[in-house]
Structure formats: C-alpha cells, structure tokens
Ligand binder design. Sequence first.
Ligand code: NAD
Length: 519
Amino acid sequence: MSLQRPASVTDAFLQQLVSRVPSTAGGTWKLTEVYTGEVLVELPQSTPADIEQAFVKARAAQAEWSQWPLAKRLRVFKKAHSLFVRNAHKTADLIQVESGKNRRMAIEESCDPPMVMSHYIKHAPRLLAPKKVGGPVPFLTTSTAIRQPKGVVGVIAPWNFPFATGISDAVTALIAGNGVVLKPDNKTALSPLWGITMLEEAGLPKGLFQVVCGEGPDVGPTLIDNANYVMFTGSTATGRVIGERAGRNLIGACLELGGKNPMIVLDDADLDEAVEGAVFGVFGNTGQICMHIERIYLPESRYEAFRDKFVARAKALDVRAAYDFGPEMGSLVSVDHKDRVQSHVDDAVAKGATVLAGGKARPDLGPAFFEPTILEGVTKDMLAGECETFGPVVALHRYRTVDEAVELANDTDYGLNASVWGGDVDAACAVARRIHSGNVNVNDILATAFASKGTPSGGVKQSGVGARHGDQGLTKYTDVQNLAVLKKQVMGARPGQDYDAYVKSMLSGLSMMRKTRIR
Ligand code: NAD
C-alpha cells in the first residue's frame, strides 16, 4: 500500500522513544503501522526483574519529588501544557500510526492531557491543602486531614486511547506527589513514551515516570505487587483480575472498564441532531470508545425517519487510511480485533438480525478496516446484543413508552455511559436520572461528560470502580493522615474525681455539644 508515513515518524525518533523501555532479556515485540501492517519498531519487552528495578528507580525519585512544594511541582505541568499543545500534531502522528484511528480523533486525543493538567493546576492547591477541623473537645483539640501521596502508582492503559489514558491518569498521580510506572498496551506504546519525553523536557525529574512493556498477564502481577495503588483502564474481564490482585495486596485500585452504552431518542428530539450524534457515537474512533453507543432506542413514531437518515449517513461516510483530516472514520486497531467485530456481526446475522448498512471487513482499505455497520432485530441471545462489540456496529430498537425505553436501556450488566435526546431538556434529564450509568449525556453522546474535568467520570455495575476527573480523580492518589492534637489533657476522670461524677459531666457536655454550633 502506498501510504506516506508522517514525516515526524522517523526510524531514529522511534528508536529514541523505545530506548526508554527496560529489557535486560532482550525480547522484543513487533509494533506495526496499522494502516499498512508494516513493522515500525521492535518494542523491548520487560522482565519481572526489569519491572522491580523500574519501581526502585521511581521510588527513589518520588522520595524527593514528594518533598517539592506543590507550587514547584505545578510549574512543571504549566510548562508541559504549552509543550503538549505546541506538539499536538506530532503527537497525533504517533497516535495514528500505532492505532489506525482517523486524524480527527487523534488530534482530539492529543488535547486530553493538557485539559487534565489545566484543571488540576487550578484545583490541586485546594484539594491537596491540609484541612483543619475541630476535634472532639471544642477549643482544646484539633484534627487536620493531611493529603499524602500513595508512593508509586501502577498505571495500566489500553490501546484505544493510549495517550489520553496513559498520560492523563499518570499526570494526575504525579501532581499528587507520586511516582508512576506505566504499562501501555504493546500495540500503542509510542504516544505514551512521547508524552513522558515531553514531561521530562518540561522539568519532570528523570526516573520518576517509568515505563515497562510486555503482554498484560506477563507484566501485570509484578507491577501490581510492587505498586501502592493501581489505575487500570481496559476490559471488564481484565479489570476483575487486576482488582482481585490489588485486593489481596490491600492496595486501592481504580478500574475503568467496558460498556454497552444505550442512546434513547425521545419523541420531541431534533432528529437531524440526534442522527449526527449517533454518527459520532457509533462510528467515532471506529467504534472503539469505551463510552460509545452500541444500542439505540427509538419511539415507534420516529423509527423509520431516524433509521433512513442514519443508514444514508453511514453508507456515505468517508472511510479510509490517511494522515490528514479528510476521513470521517479510520481503521480498527488490529486484524484480531477486526475478526472479533466480524464474529459479532456474523453471529447476529446467523441468529436472525438484519444488516441495514455495512457488515463486512474492507481489506481493500487496509488490513483491519471494517464498514460502518447498522443492525436491526438484534436480541440478547446474540453476542452483539449482550457483550461489548467495541467496533463500528450498532443495533436499532423500537420502544412504545418511555418506561419501556428506560427498562431496555438498563437491561445490561454494564453502566458506563448513556445518551438521551429530547427537545424538552428537563424531561430528558428526568429520563437520564433513571438510567443506571456513571455518565449520562443529554443531547450529546459522550464529549460533554468526558470533557467536564471537574466532575468525576466512572462506571457503575460491571463498568468499573472509582472514577477519573473531579476532586476524587486527584485525591484517590493520596492517603489521608488524620493529625490530631490535644492542647491540654482533659479527657477521662481527673485525679481524685469520682467516676460517676465524671460520667455525668461528660454526658452533659455531650448534650451541650449537640446543641451548640461548636464542633
Ligand atoms: P484489555 O483489558 O485487554 O487490556 C487493557 C490493558 O491491560 C492492556 O495494557 C493489556 O496489556 C493489559 N492487561 C491485559 N491482561 C492483563 C493482566 N492479566 N494483568 C495486567 N494487565 C493486563 O482491554 P483492551 O482490549 O486493551 O481495551 C479495550 C477495553 O477497554 C474495552 O472494554 C473498553 O471499553 C475499555 N476501556 C474503558 C475505558 C473507561 O474509561 N471505562 C476507557 C478506554 C477503554
């Protein structure tokens, strides 16, 4: 295939990036350009001993980093913010070569770490400041909540947003005073490695942010056993494995997992806007967004009108390999993943579903391309009806009443994201509140929720534990020390005091405290 690789992605640059990955045994993994299948670079693979050493180095650097005043730490991220924005196109080049997504999504992804930095540069001073509160005895006691970094955080990132999940979550842990050891997916290690290079250029101490590479089951156990906290983004199946091990080690874990996200179109929705929303929600990032839409529920009265417009848009989408902003959809990440998506469509068709658009791989466009696909008649006994497909595939469903739509939307083990469209925003919000989902967007698919860095974003049910963003997105990377001070010893019976008299005065003090505003 004659496709010109982006000029910034030179062999020398790639070698420089991967040289950061420790690999004493010398094993490598062939990292390929998704659009062509050509090997880009041999990615070093880390042994358990390499991973242990990475933690030793990160821990040594963290001991010093945690002593830096917060304002000095934040100066690094102010500088990094400018560097990330200035280098957005170079970042998008790397994201595209390793993931095969279209340029429009790659450039959007490059903006996530600066958005996260911007938010926490403003809010970290408030969130990490000691909070002094009254103790049990007014005036004589105080207690202060002191935020202390956990130590070294293990971050495990998926391939679908390698730069956003690999760097943004790590940046937050670093701001809180931690070191980080990141394990990106082998397929998409380049953009996170580049992110670390930029952070160090901005002044992040060398050694503080380590990367180890390898297949998940090989790297995971040693990484979790050495970490003080784990931030995992990936599938629900792997999340369960990570959570179990973290639980056994008695360390905290944030698990951001899969979804089977519904979209409900209400009677009074603007149909053109809802169709455009669905085009992004289903086909954006080639359907490989954890918050993307795999089920659309439409009122009987608007089913045909929505279906016809949506199918026409899907069939007309510009799908191809290019390193410019032209294509509306790019490739899936790998041939294996394309086969998995195909198996979901084939299973649905074999069990009676109808293909309204797409349904097939497109080897003429590249090894892992798949058509924008719309299905009708999908039921829960089909893979596409029950499991996350994680590709550009959606099922259309009819509903008769709003209650039925809500019941159908909630009929899943997942609870990551949902989308409700309606002209009456209050009524749409009332429907949104009935959906069991960590995120619900009204008249949008996912961007409003994900870009709201001040609000926690996480999954419920089988979609995860904990959240990124918001106050807890930073404070989860800290332990709270309860520093309590007694200014004068007054607790307990005084020498010579009768115990009955002491208890009487203590109980009356308790009643008084309930009535006063003093804490
Ligand atoms: P995955 O679970 O297969 O892999 C994710 C990461 O975990 C990779 O780095 C992988 O190498 C590693 N891994 C795999 N097995 C491991 C093990 N036993 N121990 C330690 N690490 C292990 O997921 P994926 O296919 O790479 O990513 C797609 C999934 O991620 C989808 O389900 C998607 O919904 C989900 N996702 C969720 C969010 C979110 O914020 N909720 C965001 C992006 C992706």
